[in-house]
Each structure stands twice: as C-alpha cells, then as structure tokens.
Design a binder for this molecule. Structure first.
Ligand SMILES: [Zn+2]
Length: 305
C-alpha cells in the first residue's frame, strides 16, 4: 500500500526502507520498503506478505500516475462497510470510486469489488499496455450514397383513433420494406413518421416499380388495421423518395486480440488507457465505444475533489 499512519498520525508515504508506521485498516505495524526494483510501499511485515486488504495489488508507475492526478486526500482511501475495509484507489467527494486496474483480475473479484462499491458507484480504468496490448482501435468509414425515404401521414382525419406509429411498426415487421433494414444499411425514423434507409450501393434500380410496390405494402398495412376506409385517399398521402446523397460515417471498432475475458464481466463503466490506436492525450471509453480527451475526462472528475 502507498500510505500508512506515522507517529504524528499523519498519512505518509515511505521515505526510507525500514521505516515504521501503522496500517490505517488493521492498525498493525507496517514497514517501509524502498528499492530499485519496486515502487516504494508499506508492507505488513508481521503478517509476512499478506495484506489486511485482500484485494491488494502491487503498486505500478501507471497506477501512481493516475492517483497523483488527484489530491492526496482522495488517493487510496479506506472504505469500511459491515466491518470490512478496502482501500479504494481513488475516492471522490461525491462517493465515486475509481479503480485503477493494471493487472488481470478474477471474475469473482470483479463481482466482489463491484458489489462492495455499489453504494459508492464505480468506474474502472484499465491499463491497455498490460491488459489489451495486442488489441487495436481502428476506424471504419462507411460511405452512404443513396437514400430512400417513406413518409406516412401523421394524421388522417377519416379514421377514428388513427395511429401512424402502429402503421409504421407493422410496415417494419410485416412487409418487404422491413427487410431493407440490413446490417450494411443505415436506418432511422425521422419526425416519428418517416422511414429512412441509406445505402452504400444503388439497391433500388427500378424506382418506379419500387414506388408502386412500397405504396402497396403500406396501403395493405393500413387496410389490415382500418379496413378500406378512404384507402385511396390514404395511398395518395404516402410519399416515397429515392436519391443520391454523400454521407460518410466513421465508426470506431476495437479489434480484439488475446482479449481478456474478465473485462467484459465488469458491470461498471470501463475506460482503457494506453490503448493501441489512440493518442496519449486520449482515453477510450470502452463501454460506450468512444474516444475521450483525457484532460476533459480528468477535469470532469477533479470537480469532485
Ligand atoms: Zn493492515
């Protein structure tokens, strides 16, 4: 561990090897160790190598770098719950715990930590250098060139309880139009009543024919729901357009190699530092597939110190 309590009851780091202090959790004597090989730390010399916090892990340079971004009072803070104590890597004033994970961790330990810190709320920061060094973040670029839009009337005064959303859902579920929602295509609903499909290639060669077909499908759905009430009028209100567009969409994709399965067992937000494919001033928000500016990320959490 990084901090222990000295004779003056101050939380201190090791200043020289052999220095004595007391553990904040179990109050037993701890000895300072400072050498070339390992980062200076306090250890429970009376208990041999066993730390009273059984989640204890060796301190790493990377670990220190992250902890040092936060004030001392927020680093390695003891949290006690039901007489069990653990040292959180970083505890913010709003209760959030930041766990800085440099090495692999067992599924069962992830579960234990997440449930212990549940009341606090938690985020994980993983060291990509150690935990994902064969994986790489890349960007896929999709170029959409064609757009089909199908617009359904939002109101139709001839039908009592007319429900355009119901028609829309039925179109997507039960007609050939729904099949346009393939993996390669982009699909969205605009203004609640317009179905939009974007294509990379020209998928609708005979638009005139498709126009008739799609209007027919939509009208069939309408007929099924509302019988033939003003069916022709309804059909005329359907608007279908097809044309070229020029839209590029970049999507981040993490290529996982020798991926550590424990990472996907974490239920709380995961951020990966030192990941191949991002800059040093960025951090990858794995749970949301987003790159975040590291400074913004840190500043956001520093508000709670
Ligand atoms: Zn102890």
């Amino acid at each position: 561990m990084r901090y222990a309590i000295n004779e003056k009851k101050e939380r201190v780091e090791v200043s020289h090897s052999g220095e004595m202090a007391k553990c904040e959790i179990c109050k037993s004597n701890v000895k300072g160790r400072k050498g070339e090989q390992r980062i200076k730390h306090w250890y429970h010399h009376e208990r041999k190598t066993i730390d009273c916090d059984d989640w204890h892990e060796p301190i790493s340079e990377w670990h220190l770098k992250w902890q040092n971004l936060f004030p001392k009072k927020n680093r390695e803070v003891t949290i006690t719950r039901k007489k069990i104590s653990h040292r959180a890597d970083i505890l913010l004033n709003n209760g959030l715990v930041i766990e800085i994970q440099n090495s692999s961790i067992k599924f069962s330990d992830i579960e234990k930590r997440e449930s212990f810190y549940e009341k606090n709320n938690l985020i994980w920061i993983l060291n990509g250098n150690n935990l994902a060094n064969k994986s790489i973040l890349t960007e896929d670029i999709f170029h959409y060139k064609y757009k089909l839009s199908i617009s359904i009337p939002k109101v139709f005064e001839f039908v009592e309880n007319y429900d355009f959303k119901k028609i829309l859902n039925n179109i997507l579920e039960d007609t050939e139009i729904g099949y346009l929602k393939s993996e390669k295509n982009l699909f969205e609903i605009k203004n609640e009543n317009i179905l939009i499909f974007k294509f990379i290639e020209d998928e609708i060669t005979d638009f005139h024919l498709r126009d008739i077909q799609y209007k027919y499908y939509v009208a069939c759905v309408y007929e099924r729901l509302y019988e033939q009430i003003e069916l022709e009028k309804f059909r005329k209100l359907i608007e279908i357009e097809y044309g070229s567009i020029n839209e590029k969409i970049c999507e981040l994709r993490l290529i996982k190699k020798y991926w550590k399965k424990f990472i996907d067992k974490m239920r709380y937000p995961i951020f990966i530092d030192n990941l191949n494919g991002i800059n040093e001033n960025e951090i990858y928000y794995y749970s949301k597939n987003k790159i975040i500016d590291k400074k913004n990320f840190i500043d956001h959490y520093l508000k709670y110190t």
